[in-house]
Design a protein around this ligand. Sequence first.
Ligand SMILES: Nc1c(C(=O)O)ncn1[C@@H]1O[C@H](COP(=O)(O)O)[C@@H](O)[C@H]1O
Length: 162
Amino acid sequence: MKDPLISVVMGSNSDWDVMQYAVAILKDFNISYEARVVSAHRTPDTMFEFAENASKRGIQCIIAGAGGAAHLPGMIAAKTTVPVLGVPVNSRYLKGMDSLLSIVQMPKGIPVATFAIGEAGAANAALFAVAILANNDDQIRKQLGAFREKQADSVAAMQLPE
Ligand SMILES: Nc1c(C(=O)O)ncn1[C@@H]1O[C@H](COP(=O)(O)O)[C@@H](O)[C@H]1O
């Protein structure tokens, strides 16, 4: 197994329904990744250790998903200079608006690139991570180009009811 380039973390295994869409993209592109549960609130020491070691471990991007008081992406970003891509997970009562605002409203100086709520956000975070890797990898750049072409072809072929 190759060392992971991308780390996908989430606050709880209940986030998997959304975060699996990020993992599916990384698998499609054959990018080495790891996926794990880490919580700023529930496992703060593990979260600190994870964030502090990410760069040394060769992690290029961290995709962090969380719901509700979604402090995980921001707290990871506070402890590493590895780019953090935040995915707001749909929450039961506020439908992910709480997650979105918790992730996007970072104070100046500690950025988290914030994506849409839910599965589209998770998939786009992974595509963004792939685009970052593509800057220094021709093979990945070609794969990303092919992905876009295939997507454009399927949109061009879309039919509407008469
Ligand atoms: N937002 C956070 C953090 C964190 O930010 O550290 N840790 C867990 N959670 C979120 O709590 C929600 C409910 O978790 P449970 O389903 O385990 O009760 C999840 O969406 C998780 O991301």
